[in-house]
Design a protein around this ligand. Structure first.
Ligand SMILES: [Cu+2]
Length: 147
């Protein structure tokens, strides 16, 4: 009898492992395309948000003169001729916040032609929630009156 009971537990545990959803949903990497309008002396949009593992295609469209786009950390770049567009495709495999900037001298305010690429990892969010929960738990425990 005891054997049957533990076998039942084993089967239930197996079913639970197989079917209970994970607390952290796996993020399926996506293919994302961003069209960035480059003009003296700004990008539009100037901030991109993606998830780690996404395949990113940046379509850089130059509205006036030759502009470039160089992404720090990834060390990749693309440049678009006046009135033309150029594409850059890469896998956002490094989480973090990366600046990008124009790497073609395009005029007086060229050094200020910058933007930001945010490669997010949702596990950070869950970890911070977990840490916050632990902190609350810790505070609650420490407030417990001593016998
Ligand atoms: Cu420039």
């Amino acid at each position: 009898m005891r054997f049957h009971f533990s076998l039942l537990l084993l089967v239930m545990a197996g079913l639970a492992v197989a079917f209970v959803p994970l607390p952290v949903p796996a993020i399926t990497p996506q293919e994302r395309t961003f069209e960035i309008d480059a003009h003296q002396f700004a990008y539009s949009p100037s901030e991109l948000k993606v998830n780690t593992g996404d395949t990113i295609t940046i379509q850089l469209v130059s509205a006036d003169v030759v502009h470039g786009l160089y992404v720090y950390g990834y060390d990749i770049s693309v440049e678009a001729d006046p009135g033309q567009s150029a594409t850059l495709t890469f896998v956002a495999d490094k989480p973090g916040s990366f600046r990008f900037r124009c790497n073609i001298t395009c005029g007086a305010m060229h050094p200020f032609m910058i933007g930001k690429l945010n490669v997010g990892s949702n596990s950070w969010l869950y970890r911070s929630i977990g840490l916050a929960a632990l902190a609350v738990f810790g505070v609650t425990v420490s407030k417990k009156p001593k016998a």
